[in-house]
Design a protein around this ligand. Structure first.
Ligand SMILES: NC(=O)c1ccc[n+]([C@@H]2O[C@H](COP(=O)([O-])OP(=O)(O)OC[C@H]3O[C@@H](n4cnc5c(N)ncnc54)[C@H](O)[C@@H]3O)[C@@H](O)[C@H]2O)c1
Length: 337
């Protein structure tokens, strides 16, 4: 079975991905620095759960520490690296852009260096729907031009895509970049809307609704997302002989074994409908605090997920109401509320 190095395994998506791969018999080594961007005890708890599997080992390590990363990679000898660790969060990038520079630019560079050093079969890394920035054509497609990032977070992820393309070209390093769309589900991030809404509603506090609720998101259930990642591990990009070999709608580069893939539900959900669904799941009416649009925010995201389907045969499909129910059940159980 394959040996996979995953960064960010104490994080929301990394935890779910590691859990899925371990269940399928993969051998997984996790790397995470347990940053204090949000509640570290939630991260430690996720790692404790993973450590119950025999196939899982982990090192607490910063992405910025190349020597240490290199030692881990030489000892573990991964065939595949899935790089998910990052300074995430759109809004925090207005407050502390340097954290994004350090984790996302320097950190991702170091991951590319170790991937090259140990010559992995496939390097897969997280980008984001935020790179579509001010694009207005919907749904967002991987072949659309994306030169208008609206936050520094998005800018670092767009930079990661360019950096990865150069390494894929120079060192023939097969690389897939994922663009994730608003991921939610059990063990979710405390800085994201669903967590904040449920927490506030259970405490009787008001919830902040930006742009007066006139927002749309392509919400992706976390177990669907990691299923998509799992399948893409086997969809190793191959540098085409000529650009004529690239099929219409495929983001495969003409110059490198490199591809970008959206992972989203391909369904645009109105924020107010999302909130209605949370109210139904909790049986509580939200106290709604309508606000202006936040700086750097986009009114809508919507994924064209046809490339994922073409490459893997898979299409995320968890209905948002079912996903919210599962999140609420986890939240109430975990926090005893
Ligand atoms: N959750 C979403 O909706 C979403 C959407 C688009 C893209 N993404 C991307 O997916 C990836 C995973 O996101 P997530 O939601 O699981 O976030 P998360 O914050 O829960 O997980 C990231 C993990 O990386 C670790 N980390 C951060 N900086 C580090 C550093 N410098 N060195 C070592 N470890 C570090 C953190 O401790 C954390 O456990 C990120 O790259 C994020 O940008 C997430």
């Amino acid at each position: 079975m394959k040996r996979v190095l995953i960064t960010g395994t104490a994080g929301f998506i990394g935890y779910h991905l590691a859990k899925l791969l371990l269940a399928e018999g993969y051998v997984v080594h996790g790397v995470d620095a347990m940053t204090d961007y949000y509640d570290v005890s939630l991260k430690r708890r996720r790692h404790q759960m993973l450590l119950q599997s025999q196939g899982f080992t982990a090192t607490e390590c910063w992405l910025e520490d190349l020597n240490r990363l290199s030692k881990i990679a030489r000892e573990f000898e991964p065939q595949v690296i899935v790089h998910l660790a990052a300074q995430a969060g759109v809004r925090y990038s207005l407050e502390n852009p340097r954290a994004y520079l350090d984790s996302n630019i320097v950190g991702t560079f170091n991951i590319m260096e170790i991937a090259r050093e140990v010559q992995v079969e496939h390097l897969l890394m997280a980008s984001t729907s935020s790179v579509y920035g001010a694009n207005e054509d919907m749904p967002f497609s991987e072949t659309d031009k994306c030169d208008t990032p609206l936050t520094f977070y998005a800018a670092t992820k767009k930079a990661n895509e360019s950096m990865a393309h150069s390494y894929a070209h120079l060192w023939n390093l097969p690389t897939t970049m994922f663009r994730f769309f608003t991921v939610y589900g059990p063990w979710g991030r405390p800085d994201l809307a669903l967590f904040k809404f449920v927490d506030a509603m259970l405490d009787g506090r008001p919830i902040d609704i930006y742009n007066h609720g006139d927002m749309y998101r392509d919400f992706t259930y976390v177990e669907d997302l990691v299923r998509g990642i799992r399948l893409l591990i086997d969809a190793v990009p191959v540098r085409p002989e000529s650009s004529e070999d690239i099929e219409d709608g495929d983001s495969l580069s003409p110059a490198a074994p490199y591809r970008i893939v959206n992972i989203g539900n391909s369904e645009k959900v109105k924020l107010l409908d999302f909130i209605d669904a949370i109210e139904d799941a909790l049986g509580i009416e939200a106290k709604r605090n309508y606000m202006e649009m936040q700086k750097g925010d986009v009114p809508a995201t919507w994924a064209d997920a046809s490339l994922l389907k073409r490459l893997t045969g898979y299409q995320p499909q968890t209905d948002v109401r079912a996903g919210i129910d599962r999140f609420v059940a986890w939240f109430r159980d975990y926090y005893g509320k």
